[in-house]
Design a protein around this ligand. Sequence first.
Ligand SMILES: C[S@@+](CC[C@H](N)C(=O)[O-])C[C@H]1O[C@@H](n2cnc3c(N)ncnc32)[C@H](O)[C@@H]1O
Length: 208
Amino acid sequence: MQSYSVIWDCCCDHGLLGMSLLKRKRAGEVIFVDVIAKQMEKLEKTLTQSCPRDEYSWRVYCEDLKNIVVPNRDSQLFIIAGVGSHQAIDFINSLCASTPSASLDFLICSVHGNYSVRESLIKKGFKLKGERIIFENNRFYEGIYVSKSAGEKIVNTGSIMWDWSDPDHQEYWQRVVGHYRQKAKTDPIQCQPIVQSYETLLTSISNF
Ligand SMILES: C[S@@+](CC[C@H](N)C(=O)[O-])C[C@H]1O[C@@H](n2cnc3c(N)ncnc32)[C@H](O)[C@@H]1O
């Protein structure tokens, strides 16, 4: 990941992700945002102790992410992890709308529904800087890193993240397709094309 002027740890909760990036000096400043006041007070205390202000630059906002007006600064990365796909899409839309002229990078790791997150990113003109399948505590996540300035085409089913020789990835494909096949029983118009996209992805790979 490149270095940024500002990294926003959105919906940060304990702020572990942002804190680790702050300590590794991946940005000039890290801004933490969450709506839970008690959690943000606690985080402020932790940061004051472990990332002293004379050495690190950080801010804590107790705020609904949808109310954030993004300042037009040089290079900014927004990390949105641990929320559902609808919420992630709403947040991307409101952050982009708050500063239409700025170029914002996003690292999205939503808890499910990556297909719709990707569709939304494609529609907004984002390009892929990286993507990864993460398997943790028997749950799968997709890390999707995007920018408008440069990168590859985003594919709605994922592309470079798949390693078909990895049994975890094979299992992830089965789980995703199983989920959409189930949904297609009650909503075939919406979900059958998604099932087909994942099946096409598989048939395009010879060694699976
Ligand atoms: C499951 S935690 C994710 C924590 C962390 N990002 C991670 O991936 O480990 C979800 C967090 O989103 C926050 N959240 C939910 N809606 C929000 C909103 N509209 N604005 C800011 N934070 C929000 C919740 O308060 C909660 O702390």
